[in-house]
Design a protein around this ligand. Structure first.
Ligand code: ADP
Ligand code: MG
Length: 550
């Protein structure tokens, strides 16, 4: 009896051992149901074949075990399959009709619940799985006892006492069942651990990759040293900065080598950290760059002193340049303000001088009058220059009113015609149909047109045509001043609107700068199209009321 029980126990455990050997890689998970169906099916069949009748007529039988293991760990299809195998085999060997009743009860109490449990068994937590397995074993034991009672007319204890085979069968069955559940859990746990490890290392690698990319792509110098001061990592930005020194030249070298290679003599914050500071900040000058560098200790795991040194540097060259530029601009602006107030004050004595010169002019002889006229003309010219300069320097807010651009142009045309006449040039005025009112300051617009027209005329020393026209566009009104003069070469185009930029011997270079500030005050845009030898067009776009684009 013992031998048979042990043999059956071994056969019942065989699927478990085979499973442990076979299931050692996560990718086999898909085939677990197939494997368990085959192995447990065969074991179930063999156990059934090996079952022998004990003294009391009860069969010593382990077939429940492969059924239990396969159903629980293989899932629903395997459970259905094994239960079917079990039932078919059992029904074929039924002898008495009372056994049908008994098997009906077994199906209802054991097999149906087993099939239901099998759908979710693997998803539950481990402790719950153990509980379920033991409840199943308990039910199976009840079933065993019930069968003994059926065979022995309601008696349970006497058969156990009389027949040691029954007890052996039961004891070995329980032991083997516990072992089987335990080993199955081990097998799954091993693969789960592998899975978790793989997942973790995949995540870790992803994290490292992301971090690496971040370090390399950040517009910062990042250098990592180990605790002894050897360079472990230099990011791409730093490599670009120290080019032609390459990564191979510096990795694994002491950081002093980097300093020598790069020829830096500013104090290195790394040295201060090496000497014991937690953190050091320094402005390092390297080639034409100014780099704001921070060195700090990389904190090791608790208990350890340090894992190395991290050096982070930001290229602040542009910031530094901007700062310097700002300082210069402030000084210039101060000078500009001073100049503006001085020129303003000069106008008063000039007005007095002009008044007296006019008085003298009226009282002097005709011959002297021509001299006084020259003095007055020059005073007027000086006054004009001062006015231009002041309107440029004072960034005042002008009052704008809805007005007609065409009216302003028509008003000034006599002046421009007269000027052109004197120079032997022709002026064409082409106004589009009525364009409606624009927000303008007519005094400033006059100054703008006059400056552009005068420049055009001055660019046509040998005579030519000056055309002033307006164009009505959907969002804007365009004012175009075109001359057929000398044109402007490309390199001069860029500097045209700079104050004091002039190519004329008696020019001031303020005309176009003033035009630009007037156009900006009107929220417009001014641009130039020019061809050397053919002529130049200044185009001013005024935005129409209600539209935002220019
Ligand atoms: P200014 O007329 O006193 O020289 P502007 O600011 O009016 O100062 O003009 C600056 C420079 O731009 C001029 O000296 C000239 O070289 C160039 N320029 C302006 N308008 C024209 C034009 N229509 N054709 C050719 N050159 C021009
Ligand atoms: Mg000019």
């Amino acid at each position: 009896m013992w031998k048979n029980a042990l043999l059956q126990g071994l056969i019942a455990l065989l699927p478990v051992f085979l499973f442990l050997v076979w299931y050692n890689r996560p990718k086999r998970t898909r085939f677990v149901p197939l494997f368990l169906a085959a192995a447990c099916g065969i074991a179930l069949f063999l156990n059934a074949r090996l079952s022998v009748a004990a003294l009391s007529g009860i069969h010593l039988d382990f077939r429940y075990l492969p059924l239990l293991i396969g159903s629980l760990y293989g899932g629903l299809p395997v459970a259905v399959f094994l239960v079917c195998v079990y039932l078919v085999y059992r029904l074929l060997h039924i002898q008495a009709s009372i056994e049908y009743l008994y098997f009906g009860a077994v199906v209802l109490l054991l097999h149906v619940p087993l099939i239901r449990i099998s759908t979710k068994f693997r998803l539950g937590p481990r402790a719950k799985r153990f509980k379920i397995a033991f409840v199943c074993l308990f039910v199976m034991s009840l079933d065993y006892c019930a069968f003994i009672m059926i065979k022995n007319r309601g008696e349970l204890l006497p058969p156990f006492r009389d027949d040691p085979g029954l007890l052996a069968n039961w004891a070995v069955f329980l032991l083997v069942a516990v072992l089987a559940v335990h080993f199955m859990e081990l097998g799954f746990e091993r693969v789960n651990l592998q899975n978790a490890l793989q997942e973790m290392s995949r995540k870790y690698r992803g994290e490292v990759r992301r971090l690496q990319q971040f370090i390399d792509q950040a517009p910062l110098v990042v250098v990592i040293l180990d605790a002894s001061g050897r360079i472990v990592h230099v990011n791409e930005f730093a490599l670009r900065l120290i080019h032609p020194v390459s990564g191979k030249d510096v990795i694994d070298q002491h950081y002093r080598v980097l300093r020598q290679l790069m020829d830096i003599d500013s104090p290195s914050p790394i040295e201060r950290v090496m000497q014991g500071d937690e953190r050091a900040v320094e402005m390092v000058r390297f080639r034409a760059h100014t780099i704001y560098t921070i060195a700090c200790v990389i904190k090791g795991s608790p208990g350890q002193s340090s894992d190395g040194i991290l050096l982070i540097g930001q290229d602040v060259t542009e910031l530094q340049q901007l700062k310097d530029e700002l300082g210069r601009m402030e000084r210039l602006s101060l000078v500009g303000q001073m100049a503006a107030s001085i020129t303003h004050e000069i106008r008063n004595p000039m007005a007095v001088i002009r008044g007296f010169v006019q008085l003298l002019n009226e009282r002097s002889s005709a011959e002297q009058q021509s001299y006084f006229r020259i003095v007055m003309e020059e005073l007027d010219r000086a006054n004009g220059i001062i006015n231009d300069f002041l309107s440029l320097a004072q960034n005042r807010i002008v009052e704008k009113q809805p007005g007609s651009l065409h009216d302003v142009l028509n008003e000034m045309m006599p002046l421009i015609y007269a000027d052109a006449n004197m120079r032997g040039q022709v002026v064409e005025l082409r106004l589009t149909d009525d364009i409606g009112p624009l927000e303008i300051n007519s005094k400033e617009i006059k100054q703008l047109v006059l400056n552009l027209a005068r420049n055009g005329m001055e660019a046509m020393p040998g005579g030519g045509v000056l055309r002033i026209e307006t164009v009505d566009l959907p969002e804007t009104v365009q004012l175009r001043v075109t001359d057929s003069g000398v044109g402007i070469p490309q390199e001069k185009l860029e500097r045209l609107f700079e104050p004091f930029y002039t190519t004329k011997t008696n020019g001031t270079g303020l005309g176009l700068a003033l035009c630009l500030s007037i156009v900006e005050r009107h929220n417009g845009i001014i641009r130039v199209e020019s061809k050397v030898g053919e002529g130049t067009t200044f185009i001013v776009n005024f935005s129409k009321p209600g539209s935002r684009n220019v």
